[in-house]
Design a protein around this ligand. Structure first.
Ligand SMILES: C[S@@+](CC[C@H](N)C(=O)[O-])C[C@H]1O[C@@H](n2cnc3c(N)ncnc32)[C@H](O)[C@@H]1O
Length: 196
């Protein structure tokens, strides 16, 4: 993969069930499970975006716990998965950090969503587009928490990716946990075996 690949999990700006703008808490499950998916699919960075300083401190404590003593000896895979985790306060911080790390690389923000949104592209189409691009870029794949990414974020998005559906298509249930959604999206975009 010539491109740098990045997963972002937004805890803000997202909405609650009433559509109100909120900030969600970082969960232990999202930290562990998405780190491992990122490591498996060779994602270069996993950013957790939360403006709440106290949450950063808690996540740092969790990561430090697994990096110490017997935990690190018994669970080296977990420790390794955490090596690509970064905590930031805003999406602006994500863009600034990537521009610093990869000067001259074009940043592209892609956002899968469970909701049908205008001009959503197919995963296979994006996979082909990215493979055909001559210049290496930074592909930032953004996921939401709560009841999903707030529409105020949409102006940041270059490429909207369509909902993942089960066998019943748009008439069926498709409210995946963000952890499952990340794994499916990464597989569709970056698996070695091409999806059918
Ligand atoms: C709305 S949050 C729900 C968070 C929830 N608290 C949990 O259990 O993970 C789930 C996120 O996963 C992604 N997602 C979930 N279902 C999806 C689907 N069917 N298609 C595409 N993305 C999906 C979206 O990024 C969405 O913002």
């Amino acid at each position: 993969m010539k491109h740098k690949t990045v997963v972002v999990l937004l805890h803000h700006p997202v909405t609650n069930r009433k559509g109100e703008l909120i900030t969600t808490s970082i969960t232990n499950m999202d930290l562990h499970d998405i780190s491992r998916s990122c490591r498996t699919y060779e994602i270069d960075h996993y950013f957790l975006v939360s403006p709440i300083e106290e949450q950063h401190a808690q996540v740092k404590t969790i990561i430090a716990h697994w990096q110490r003593g017997v935990q690190s000896e018994w669970h080296p895979d977990r420790v390794e998965a955490f090596t690509r985790v970064q905590l930031v306060h805003s999406f602006e911080n994500v863009k600034n950090e990537l521009s610093r790390l990869y000067p001259g690389y074009k940043l592209e923000v892609a956002m899968p969503d469970a909701r049908p949104l205008p001009d959503q592209k197919t995963y296979e189409g994006i996979r082909q587009n990215w493979a055909a691009e001559a210049e290496p870029g930074v592909k930032i794949i953004v996921f939401g928490t709560g009841w999903g990414v707030a529409s105020s974020f949409f102006s940041e998005v270059d490429t909207f990716l369509g909902p993942i559906y089960g066998p019943l298509g748009e008439k069926g249930y498709n409210h995946l946990s963000v952890r499952s959604a990340v794994a499916i999206v990464l597989d569709r975009l970056f698996s070695l075996v091409r999806p059918t």
